[in-house]
Design a protein around this ligand. Structure first.
Ligand SMILES: [Zn+2]
Length: 364
């Protein structure tokens, strides 16, 4: 188990290197456990891996969906795993190569134990969850027909909390356009930063209606601004990037429409105002019905309360299956994307036992 995780950490899987090395490490592991892997490769370096344990097919299947990619690491040696004090350190140890390791080992142990499963287990580890969600989109198209799923488990780090809701995200870029001029005669130009100021003032009063009992309200945060080139030149371009986090029920098309209306009103009031809006990323929120059978039984067998998390996952893409989705896995979410990321070895072992328990409960 520890060796698998260490090999997965060594197989760097950031956006620039792609996920193929990491997919091959997992493929070798599954092959040696007697499970045939299916590795899908595109653009030479991007990859998904999917495996399936066949059953009698009498019960609906279970689906595990994880991601192979990790965020980049600045510090040297982040891709060389270190075992110390009962922990394994390295980029991706927590998010989410630890969860991948635990599910893979649980599946291998179940196959080895020779129990007759009554429903299939499908596991996939996909590309690009941190960036473009390319992998999960390919996964959804990888088969014409799918079995019915009793439930879907995303083994992201939740520190063993049973998560059934999270916010969605909408990243927007707004660019205001002006006209350069020497700033001793600013009246000859159009100042793109002044235009941006007008827009940001209006954005401050823009509220997205709705409250969720677990997730609160939507948030809007302006996180990047670029504009101008020198102290004595009227800037002709200014751009901002805005991160909007939505709650279940809010439509991103409505939000984009409202912000476009703000831009349209500004250019109507001021003919010198010119701006463009671009959607950089649009990923949905998640809210699984807490009263459904799968969630109720998962709560019982894991002995957990339901909770929500502020971060997003690929889970909303999986709602096309119309099956209940929960996020549940080893590792502390606050360690994700940070230097010194680690996972406790005892948590890996505990996760293996709990995933086996879920599989045997629903499919045994
Ligand atoms: Zn993750």
């Amino acid at each position: 188990m520890k060796e698998l995780l260490k090999n997965l950490i060594r197989a760097k899987s950031t956006l620039d290197t792609g996920e193929i090395k990491c997919a091959n490490v997992l493929a070798d592991f599954f092959r040696s456990a007697g499970i045939k892997p299916n590795v899908e490769v595109w653009n030479k370096t991007r990859a998904n891996i999917t495996v399936r344990i066949k059953s009698t097919g009498k019960k609906p299947a279970l689906l595990f969906v994880s991601h192979l990619d990790v965020v980049p690491a600045q510090q040297a040696g982040a891709f060389e795993p270190i075992e110390r004090g009962g922990k394994i350190f390295g980029r991706g140890a927590c998010d989410m190569k630890g969860g991948i390791t635990s599910v893979a080992v649980a599946m291998a142990e179940i196959l080895h134990s020779k129990v007759k499963l009554q429903g299939d287990v499908i596991f996939t580890a996909t590309a690009g969850e941190e960036t473009d969600s390319a992998g999960v989109k390919k996964f959804l198209k990888s088969q014409k027909t799918w079995p019915k799923f009793a439930g879907i488990i995303v083994p992201e780090p939740t520190n063993f909390d049973l998560v059934y809701a999270h916010r969605g995200l909408l990243w927007l870029q707004i660019i205001t356009k002006g006209k350069s001029a020497h700033s001793s005669m600013p009246q000859l130009g159009i100042n793109a930063i002044d235009s941006m100021k007008m827009f940001l003032n209006k954005l401050e009063n823009f509220k997205i209606p709705g409250v969720n009992k677990l997730l609160g309200k939507a948030s809007i945060s302006v996180n990047k601004i670029i504009g101008g080139s020198a102290a004595n030149i009227v800037p002709d371009l200014c751009s901002v990037q805005i991160d909007i986090r939505t709650i279940p029920g809010q439509k991103t098309s409505w939000i984009v429409g409202e912000i476009n209306k703000i831009l349209a009103r500004l250019s109507k009031q001021n003919p010198r105002f010119q701006a463009d809006l671009k959607v950089l990323r649009d990923s949905g929120s998640l809210q699984t019905d807490e009263k459904c059978e799968f969630v109720k039984r998962s709560k019982q067998i894991l002995n957990k309360h339901l909770t929500a998390v502020p971060f997003t996952t690929d889970a909303p893409y999986l709602t096309v299956f119309k099956s209940p989705i929960v996020i549940f896995g080893p590792g502390k979410p606050q360690l994700c994307h940070k230097p010194g990321e680690y996972i406790d070895i005892k948590d890996l072992k505990k996760a293996v036992e709990l995933y086996k328990k879920i599989i045997l409960h629903f499919l045994g």
